[in-house]
Ligand binder design. Sequence first.
Ligand SMILES: Cc1cc2nc3c(=O)[nH]c(=O)nc-3n(C[C@H](O)[C@H](O)[C@H](O)COP(=O)(O)OP(=O)(O)OC[C@H]3O[C@@H](n4cnc5c(N)ncnc54)[C@H](O)[C@@H]3O)c2cc1C
Length: 494
Amino acid sequence: MTQNRVIVIGAGNAALCAAISAHEQGADVTVIEKASYEERGGNTFFTGGGFRYPYDDLSDIQQLIPDLSAEEIKKIDVGTYPRKSMSDDLLRVSEGLADEQMVVTLVDNAFDTVKWMRNYASVRWVLMYGRQAYEVNGILKFWGGMITEAVGGGEGLSDSLFRATERLGINVEYGSKMTKLLTHSTGAISGIEIKNQDGFKVMDCESVVLAAGGFQANVEMRTRYLGAGWEFAKVRGSRHNTGEVIRSALDIGAQPHGHWSSAHAVAWDLNAPPTGNRRIGDLYQKHSYPLGVIVNTNGERFVDEGADMRNYTYAKYGREILKQPYGTAFQLFDQQTVHRLRDEYRIKEVSKAEANSIEELATDLGINPYQLKLTIDEFNAACQGGDYDPAVRDNVATQGISPPKSNWALPLNEPPYVGFAVTCGITFTFGGLRSIANTGQVLDTEDIPIPGLYAAGELLGGLFYHNYAGGTGLMAGSVFGRIAGASAAKLSAA
Ligand SMILES: Cc1cc2nc3c(=O)[nH]c(=O)nc-3n(C[C@H](O)[C@H](O)[C@H](O)COP(=O)(O)OP(=O)(O)OC[C@H]3O[C@@H](n4cnc5c(N)ncnc54)[C@H](O)[C@@H]3O)c2cc1C
């Protein structure tokens, strides 16, 4: 057996952070990736590259982006995002269920980890001007606890991490699928079985970091765990996250953890392909609904579009869309807000209609025109007015309708009206394995660590229940990947 060898399964953000971290601790690291070189990067490649971490003020952001000019600084307000706010957000959106140790470890390590990614893996950061800031009185006000992204988004993040692995001499074996975890008679990890173009092969090692994503791209598992109807969801990202690595771990006694019947799912273009398109990336998403109203084909509203800042509602509204007739919904805007729509509304590949009346818009989109007119008239009459500010929860709300619109409730009365057809796009699943938060060791069903087995990223359960706070997936992948990689290296060296 190679001395001090760590095998990392997957080559997304969590896996590459684990690989880089294990290398930093002196391990000989091999990465096993199911996809080909051309399809590398996992879900991470498809992301917007947005990270959530706590920060005190602009000086923290300047540690990540030292080249902000004086001119830029004058025009921005990044606010503050204290540790307590991040913990509170993670607990609030999970209805108090998020694993406390995971939350503490994540919040404590997040800022240090984004700095480590900058310094050790050359990931560069930039403020999310287009997506997480609104101009209010001439100042760009950032909001939502996620204000920076990796330069180049998910593709840029993935490229930077791969460049770092190449620079460090970490070997990545593409086209290699992990099929089994192998153990000694003691129960400790002895290696893995993989399948590549030459067939099955056994690789020996003392420690393995599993970071192979969730099971959202496996229609059978999706339907088994999430329920009937989930066959029809579109997969936003990689087609390779099919859950066999989670299953292999369960097969050797690993403990399941988290919300197995739930997933992160968003509004996604109705005509998007069944799995992610690498050229379009995340642009099939349609995240500006707090600026308008959402209806189904019957012309009825079914969610509170203004329940909270977008980052805290988008991941649960895909599920609500899937429940509607034909799993379809429509986001409607008028000229008061259309200029504020995010970049993804302006791509060529968009299912859109524009019309001078509500009935005409309904007919063009395939919505019941009679009911839609009633719904919009009722909605407009319920708008109470007030001090509209899209960068904060402004309490500009409706009264007397159900569901309400609790913030940003402007009447839809300035034609031309614009509508976008969406369906449910699943991002990743919430059920996964249980690990010790500050070591990354996977626990068995009796709460005993399985010697040599570590995990990180989307295949860990426990952090997300019911809902999700934007930018947490990548941040958690980096924090827990870095921890798992370091622990695995120390075990191998022992
Ligand atoms: C469109 C989109 C936009 C998103 N935007 C954001 C965002 O801005 N911010 C954020 O925090 N999160 C975002 N997310 C969520 C984000 O994808 C995840 O949080 C993060 O990328 C997951 O990283 P990961 O390393 O766990 O998994 P992945 O990046 O998916 O990596 C898993 C890897 O494992 C490989 N693999 C699977 N099975 C095997 C096997 N049997 N053997 C070997 N390899 C295997 C896969 O091919 C893949 O490369 C977004 C997701 C999508 C789809």
